[in-house]
Design a protein around this ligand. Structure first.
Ligand code: SF4
Length: 344
């Protein structure tokens, strides 16, 4: 059985909005609300949702790029060591920061234009390990080769590389410290479709070789379907559904998930698919709706939904499927798999 590697518990994040009135206090805006999930070694958990739902903020909180307002991230390191990654002291942070890395969306702005590719890849190595120059050279050459970069071009600068090659550089930089967990924040969104496929395949190969665990943040459910073991669906800073990738795609239990899935193309001209267009704007997190926060856009809402907040609750006997909808067990929602669509 796979070992638990991260246990994310009750993460909240508040930002202070500037007040428009003189002398009044800035109003806190909750952008993450009570986020909890478990992650097991070698698996890929995808976090999906529209832009502004809090998925990138969550990724940044997990890697300590920004501080969560409250909550814990229990990291199960080697030899049954367990540390709270968010609330660790300086010494612990120095020891463990190499274990959780992040790859960013834009390979054009995430790499320093003033550093050579060699220096970009070697920097985390120099910060975290006490290596000789020869040892560092060997490690950089090895990792460059693994991600498909030509070692003869490592003295060049990022501008000399294409988008796909730059993302390979970013992956090499994230991998050089041999991390246990990598948070990929829209890591392929800025790339052409053919290059996307190459990078996805590379991430999958590296996972098989090194047993890396991924948190894959994406708005693209076609990509999520390919890479994930589990999926977390977020809406307005909350988890509204969480399950295995098969359950999410075949048997969604939240109307928001159904709407997201309706936009996934099915590569079969004989299958007609109706896209669900959600009415209205994404609600303002500074002034969230009452009851279920999805109710202003939900095609299935009732009066109860405008008053009562639905809890994230287990669906039936499936201990891994959770939904925050009052009618999760009653609604017959449509999935996105070809077999589902053709069986209807
Ligand atoms: Fe829609 Fe009501 Fe379910 Fe919210 S609780 S998703 S409004 S049916």
């Amino acid at each position: 059985m796979a070992k638990e590697i991260l246990n994310v518990k009750n993460i909240d994040k508040e930002f202070k909005a500037k007040s428009t009135k003189l002398f009044s206090r800035p109003k806190p805006i909750k952008v993450l609300k009570d986020i909890s999930f478990d992650l097991y070694e070698g698996e890929t958990l995808s976090i999906v949702g529209e832009s502004g739902c809090g998925k990138t903020t969550l990724g940044r909180c997990i890697v300590k790029g920004i501080d969560a307002t409250s909550g814990v991230v229990n990291y199960h390191a080697e030899k049954n060591e367990k540390v709270d990654y968010l609330n660790m002291n300086r010494e612990e942070y120095k020891k463990y920061r190499k274990d959780i890395q992040m790859i960013f969306q834009d390979p054009y702005s995430s790499l320093s234009p003033r550093m050579s590719v060699y220096d970009i890849i070697a920097e985390p190595l120099i910060t975290n390990f006490n290596l000789t120059k020869n040892e560092a050279n060997e490690k950089v050459a090895n990792i460059a080769e693994k991600v498909g970069l030509n070692v003869n071009y490592l003295k060049r600068y990022p501008h000399a590389f294409s988008g796909g090659q730059r993302q390979r550089i970013a992956i090499a930089r994230a991998l050089i410290t041999q991390p246990k967990v990598i948070v990929c924040d829209e890591a392929v969104s800025a790339l052409d479709v053919s290059i996307q496929a190459q990078i996805i395949n590379l991430l999958i190969d590296l996972q098989k070789e090194f047993g890396i665990t991924y948190i894959f943040i994406s708005h693209d459910l076609s990509v999520v379907q390919t890479i994930s073991d589990k999926v977390v669906v977020m809406h307005l800073g909350k988890i509204v559904e969480m399950a295995s990738v098969e359950e999410i795609f075949n048997h969604p239990k939240h109307p928001y998930t159904e709407a997201l899935l309706s936009a996934v193309p099915i590569p079969d001209p004989n299958v007609e698919k109706e896209r669900i267009i959600l009415e209205g704007e994404v609600p303002n997190p500074a002034n969230p709706p009452s009851g279920c926060e999805f109710h202003p856009r939900c095609p299935y809402k009732t009066d109860k939904c405008t008053i009562d907040i639905p809890n994230l609750a287990q669906i039936g006997e499936d201990q891994e499927h959770f939904s925050a909808c009052h009618y999760a067990n009653e609604l017959k929602l449509k999935g996105a798999r070809i077999e589902d669509a053709t069986n209807e």
